[in-house]
Design a protein. Structure first.
Length: 291
């Protein structure tokens, strides 16, 4: 099967490497010269090569234009769009091909184990925290030059860390009400927000708190869940799940969730992958917060 990866930053390279290991024939569309065997610099040429699976991993602000170009080409395969789906909400007709949004944390074995554990239990409270200093995200590059530091390029924690919105909805249902506070308070970005905190009331949990930031000098991604008889702590950085005072190690190689997501797209017709509609709902939620 032929696959096209649009964009060859850190995430585009990861997709290309994983798909290559899965045995697909990979080509890459990149604006800049790169060290890759099959490279296109023009999207029309890349689409004329007849890929069957396309991953949009360009800058967030370019996702929509690439998506429209694919749709206008008459493409009939499958498309996976990196999160967030677009930099702003748009009304869009359902395309004539399968579309998924790459919220790969759904396929993280720790998150999946937590979801299984919570099945049938009454959830009483949740605290979710994710933070990592932006300068440590992409080694060897000035973080102020990355898209994350620029609002106009789709940067900022609301979009960069929107994985967390997808996870809380996937685990605890629709958000019925929310309170939010945040903005740019440090010097790690040019003009994008570097921290946000939320309190949610959700369909399956009355109290959910969530903080996301670009500021933490110690990378953390933790979910603490209290039920009537069990407390859980899912630690995605240290790859373990606490069930009360017992620790369960979970095999969660950095690429495993991406591989499982691609397998779901290719073999299971996007059964568990975030849908286009769900991805657009997250963008609507972000815009509601901003306004």
């Amino acid at each position: 099967m032929k696959a096209l990866v649009i964009g060859y930053g850190s995430i585009g390279k990861r997709h290309a490497d994983i798909l290559n290991e899965m045995g697909l024939e990979i080509s890459v569309l990149s604006k800049r010269p790169i060290d890759f065997d099959r490279t296109f610099h023009n999207i029309d040429d890349a689409l004329n090569d007849k890929p069957e699976y396309i991953i949009i991993a360009s800058n967030t602000c370019d996702h929509y234009s690439h998506f429209i170009k694919i749709r206008e080409s008459g493409f009939k395969g499958k498309v996976l769009i990196e999160k967030p789906v677009f930099d702003k909400h748009v009304e869009i007709e359902q395309p004539y091909f399968d579309v998924g949004v790459a919220y790969n944390l759904r396929f993280n074995p720790i998150i999946q184990k937590l979801k299984d554990e919570l099945n049938g239990k009454k959830t009483l409270s949740v605290h979710y925290y994710v933070g990592q200093h932006l300068a440590s995200w992409r080694k060897g590059r000035n973080h102020l030059e990355n898209y994350s530091a620029h609002k106009s390029k789709g940067g900022g924690v609301l979009r960069d860390l929107s994985h967390e919105f997808d996870v809380v909805r996937w685990l605890f249902g629709n958000i019925d009400s929310h309170h939010a506070i945040g903005g740019k308070y440090g010097d790690v970005t040019i003009d994008s927000e570097d921290v946000y905190a939320f309190i949610f009331k959700q369909e399956k949990c009355p109290v959910v708190s969530l903080q996301m930031n670009y500021l933490d000098h110690v990378a953390r991604r933790e979910i603490i869940v209290n039920t009537s008889d069990v407390s859980y702590k899912a630690d995605l950085v240290n790859k373990n799940l606490w069930i009360n005072d017992e620790i369960v190690s979970v095999d969660s190689d950095a690429n495993l969730s991406y591989q499982r997501m691609h397998e779901d797209m290719l073999n299971n017709n996007c059964e568990n992958t975030c849908s286009l509609d769900e991805g657009l709902e997250i963008i609507s939620f972000i815009e509601e917060i901003e306004n």
